[in-house]
Design a protein around this ligand. Structure first.
Ligand SMILES: [Zn+2]
Length: 270
């Protein structure tokens, strides 16, 4: 029997928008056409300090996406986020988005500042681009690995970051995510079934012996083949007095974004 998926209000909304328009997913359908079918015109143009914006008019709504965004998946993500505002937040008139508003890894202060609507737009975008049912289906017989995350990112045409976040929620294997910026932990999240106690390093440096630190200190970025790196349990987790660090098989996969100086560390046990 398949376990029931828990949809948030926003992800249920995206699921319904797909269903109401006769789609299981948008993997083979243009997102721009889908937007236009819903009543929003999509324009790509250079934007300053903004990835995307939405302008609600009396009759028509325009969604602008920054044409200078380097990665296709990020353009998709931005458009899907704006569609979330379009469908769910009709009472705002103009709205601008950038990395701060679209990040999955906002700390509590930022979340309070940008409010509930950003969280909703992100959840909407996640479900629109990666429908939960399909996501569960795609990973269910697979062993967790960095390769699996990369494969899923290719398949769903989204960023590794959003795939990792989705996997944490719906994947078979319990994982933890630690997001860091400029060498300091900005946010972490763990799967509900992850068994170990995490040492809270929010706003503190990443552990000395973490793969993330290798990037910050030595600019080390591992190749695809080497992206699964063995670490100690004590690197990110509390090691009890009676435990031996050698008894655990813990790994870290550091997803590095050099241009922002951020690392998303995916940590799991085998
Ligand atoms: Zn937004």
């Amino acid at each position: 029997m398949m376990s029931e998926i828990k949809y948030s209000k926003a992800s249920a909304c995206a699921r319904d928008v797909l269903e109401d328009n006769g789609f299981d997913n948008l993997l083979d359908f243009s997102l721009e056409l889908f937007a236009s079918g819903l009543g929003a015109t999509v324009i790509y143009k250079p934007l300053i300090n903004s990835d995307g914006r939405i302008i609600f008019g009396k009759k028509n709504t325009i969604i602008e996406v920054n044409s200078d965004i380097e990665f296709e998946q990020k353009k998709r993500q931005t458009l899907a986020h704006e569609l979330g505002h379009f469908v769910m937040h009709k009472n705002i008139d103009v709205h601008n988005d950038n990395d701060a508003t679209m990040s999955w890894f906002n700390n509590k202060e930022k979340q309070a500042k940008h409010g509930k609507i950003e969280c909703e737009a992100n959840q909407f975008a996640s479900e629109l681009l990666m429908p939960s049912k399909l996501f569960i289906e795609k990973q269910k017989d697979r062993t967790f690995s960095p390769d699996l995350l990369r494969e899923l990112a290719d398949y769903f045409k989204t960023s590794l970051t959003s795939i990792a976040f989705k996997y944490l929620e719906l994947g078979n294997h319990p994982i933890c995510l630690f997001h860091s910026f400029n060498g300091k932990v900005s946010y972490w999240k763990r799967h509900v079934d992850f068994p170990y106690f995490i040492v809270d390093r929010t706003k503190l440096p990443v552990p000395e012996d973490s793969v993330a630190m290798e990037f910050y200190k030595k600019n080390k970025i591992y190749s695809k083949e080497q992206s699964k790196q063995s670490i100690w349990k004590s690197t990110w987790f509390e090691l009890k007095d009676w435990e031996d660090d050698n008894d655990f098989n813990i790994y870290e996969y550091a997803i590095v974004t050099s241009s922002y100086n951020t690392v998303l560390s995916v940590v799991w046990e085998e």
